[in-house]
Design a protein around this ligand. Structure first.
Ligand code: GLY
Ligand code: MN
Ligand code: MN
Length: 436
């Protein structure tokens, strides 16, 4: 599973992109206290996962493409039998070199004293400012110290560059081994959605379904959810990021589940909405059909050259027509799009990049305009309609209905591949899965 050559190839591509006069620093984010002396489960920062596969905390990677022998430097937690007895195994200095491709490795505690030497005289320092105050301070102090040694031949980098420019462009274009992980994440996540459709009945609780979904993730070898699992029944479905998952599911409720697992650190992101009792009411069916038709059309648009704005604008138009047909808005679709009143019922974007992060990295615009899709990019397509229970001037039958349908879509040379196609979404397939 863990192939060092894959990570070496990624580092090479990144070093090629930053050039021989550049240097890059990529660092873990600090572990965070949860409460008392318990910490949140540690998840390695995605840039480090991408470049090293190294998942331990307190890790810093320094890349120096221009150096003859020591291009890949890692600072890691050293082996420590006593600490490892308490907190788990460490690769240590030797492991970083032998297994993770470091040309040189040092204890994490030596970073402050060695950093100046490593970044001196480079042109561009690729470093993500603003994520970790302590590391930002170390970088700025190191730069300040280097200013004082310029006369002796060690000057600071000329510029600090956001890694979004080079590294995140690489991450945006998925390689085959990344797509393998994403397909697996999609397959497991799809199974979890089907398990929830089968198990969820009037009288079940949202948290039972959350538990079943997260169990299905872990049972199938995923690391767990790529983001907090959302299970919203009834009017909870109209809260976009509802993660309390505490309520009982009533007869006649729609249940909106937004859940995706991480596999080898790549996440899926799927939303399905289904009737707890196995049959949509007429009102629910009308809303669902509008979102479904829109979603199918939007997915069909995905191909190289199209932009996310094209897809979103199409969805806004279709959903606004649907809102007028439902009696939620009046006038013409063009008028309601122009005055943005559709945003009362569709208030989020239609798509985002997907990869190691659920809202993955990569620029959305080029030259101030929405960028055209290219093969290898993975996006979500996730239109929805959300009719708050207390929305003014809406037909009573529609109050409290929330529907979102979300698939993960790979852009291919000629069109697209829906990575989450195995997850039921037609009215017939959804009702069948709920009754199974
Ligand atoms: N699950 C978060 C999203 O759909 O963007
Ligand atoms: Mn999404
Ligand atoms: Mn989602």
């Amino acid at each position: 599973m863990f192939d060092p050559a894959v990570f070496a190839a990624r580092r090479d591509a990144y070093m090629q992109a930053i050039g021989k006069t550049g240097v890059a620093i990529v660092r873990s984010l600090p572990e965070r206290l949860r409460n008392g002396d318990s910490y949140h489960l540690f998840r390695q920062v995605s840039d480090l996962v991408y470049l090293t596969g190294f998942v331990e905390p307190e890790t810093t990677l320094v890349l120096r493409p221009g150096h003859d022998t020591e291009r890949v430097i890692m600072f890691v937690r050293p082996r420590d039998p006593e600490m490892e007895t308490w907190d788990g195994r460490r690769a240590g200095i030797e492991g970083a070199k032998a297994r993770y491709g470091a040309d040189a490795a040092y204890p994490a505690a030596e970073l402050a004293s060695k950093l100046g030497e490593l970044i001196a005289n480079s042109e561009e320092l690729h470093y993500s400012l603003g994520l970790d105050d302590e590391m930002d301070l170390l970088v700025t102090h190191t730069i300040a110290r280097l200013r004082k040694t310029e006369k002796r031949g060690k000057r600071p980098p000329r510029a600090v560059v956001d890694p979004r420019l080079a590294l995140h462009e690489l991450r945006l274009h998925k390689r085959p081994e990344e797509l393998t992980a994403m397909r697996k994440a999609a397959a497991i996540s799809s199974d979890a959605h089907v398990a929830a459709m089968r198990a969820g009945k009037p009288g079940s609780f949202e948290h039972e379904l959350e538990a079943l979904i997260n169990y299905t993730f872990r049972k199938n070898g995923s690391e767990g959810p790529g983001y907090a699992t959302i299970v919203g029944a009834g009017e909870n479905a109209t809260i976009l990021h509802y993660i309390e998952n505490r309520c009982a599911i009533a007869d006649g409720d729609l249940v909106l589940v937004d859940a995706g697992c991480e596999y080898n650190h790549y996440t899926a992101d799927i939303t399905r909405t289904w009737p707890a009792n196995g049959r949509f009411t007429d009102a629910q069916r009308r809303v669902y059909k509008i979102v479904l038709d829109c979603q199918i059309e939007a997915v069909a648009m995905v191909k190289p050259g199209i932009t996310l704005d094209d897809i979103h604008n199409h969805c806004v138009k279709k959903l606004t027509e649907g809102m007028i047909a439902l009696g939620l808005l009046s006038g013409t679709a063009d008028e309601r799009v122009a005055d943005q009143s559709y945003r009362k019922f569709y208030m989020h974007g239609t798509s985002h990049w997907l990869g190691l992060d659920v809202h993955d990295v990569g620029a959305y615009t080029q030259g101030g305009k929405a960028r055209p899709l290219e093969p290898g990019m993975v996006i979500t397509v996730e239109p929805g309609l959300y009719i708050a229970h207390d929305a003014p001037d809406v037909p009573d039958a529609l109050r409290g209905i929330g529907v979102r349908i979300e698939d993960d879509v790979l852009v291919t040379a000629n069109g697209h591949e829906v990575l989450t196609a195995a997850c039921p979404k037609s009215i017939e397939d959804i009702e069948a899965a709920c009754r199974a």
